[in-house]
Write a protein that binds this ligand. Sequence first.
Ligand SMILES: NC(=O)c1ccc[n+]([C@@H]2O[C@H](COP(=O)([O-])OP(=O)(O)OC[C@H]3O[C@@H](n4cnc5c(N)ncnc54)[C@H](OP(=O)(O)O)[C@@H]3O)[C@@H](O)[C@H]2O)c1
Length: 317
Amino acid sequence: MRASGVYTFHREMSPVYHQDFKEWELTDMVVWVTGASSGIGEELAYQLSKLGISLVLSARRVHELERVKRKCLENGNLKEKDILILPLDLTNRSSHEMATKAVLQEFGRIDILVNNGGVSQRALCVDTSLDVFKELIELNYLGTVSLTKCVLPHMIERKQGKIVTVNSMVGIIAAPLSTGYCASKHALRGFFNTLRSELATYPGITISNICPGPVQSNIVKNALTEEVTKPTGSTADQSYKMATSRCVRLMLVAMANDLKEVWISDQPFLLMIYLWQYMPTLAWWLTNKAAKRRIENFKSGVDADSSYFRSVKKKHD
Ligand SMILES: NC(=O)c1ccc[n+]([C@@H]2O[C@H](COP(=O)([O-])OP(=O)(O)OC[C@H]3O[C@@H](n4cnc5c(N)ncnc54)[C@H](OP(=O)(O)O)[C@@H]3O)[C@@H](O)[C@H]2O)c1
């Protein structure tokens, strides 16, 4: 299962997965997680803290990072000195060099950079201010590229390191109401696939693109709408989404095995990625059909995600 091609994870895992988890390979590593104050990044901090590593937790909200750190110390296998809280705004690119230096000063090296921080979008393109598109590119794409560029020279010097980026299934497929978010994630996928090719002479440096489908988190609540200053604030049901703990466990499998790209999703969302990859004409037709219903729900004020996806999932189950 090591390191080539695309791997897909869903509810029924093959037995190969259990043999290849290799979580011990992550032990003793210095892991820097962005977006560690909530959702996938927060859960990643909890699961990593059980492995005996040095952990750097970054995001903008320091009090939330402190909460995550306390929980890591209570339930994990780490001591106070093993966790560094490092406030970071991905859009403040001029601060990234200093942040990288701070990690190196504290732990002497960076073995794994997990580019996880990001924001989504729920709005029709036609109604959306250009500032929203700018913010999504600044944060999801340029912020991630900037931090990666700060860490990369250090990994090149050591000839080793893992750069793991939480992309999305919408880095591969289209998702109506998320034109700017999709564009930022497609851009990231192109960037990291190309960076991997530039690093071909450094086989010790690996690039993993993690592409989850819907996962329980605050992503929809924090998603931008027509204006940058107006997140959805949605508190809609998330029971149709994959549990955060499950997604993160599969991410650890990908990290331990240096997998180049993984699709982590329950059905029927996983099927849509396959169709986009292998049968695009059918995928375009199905996406247009689905878009009509999703946009109707959105316009009538019904939560576009939970009402649409729950009904699709129910039909599939
Ligand atoms: N949940 C899903 O269904 C799903 C599916 C596919 C991909 N993803 C991807 O997973 C990643 C994590 O999202 P999530 O689902 O865990 O959502 P979440 O619960 O909203 O967490 C987002 C994280 O990003 C951080 N963040 C936001 N703006 C930032 C900024 N300017 N600078 C630094 N950090 C910032 C937030 O921290 P602060 O607010 O404290 O800064 C928070 O820790 C994202 O890249 C998202 O695109 C999620």
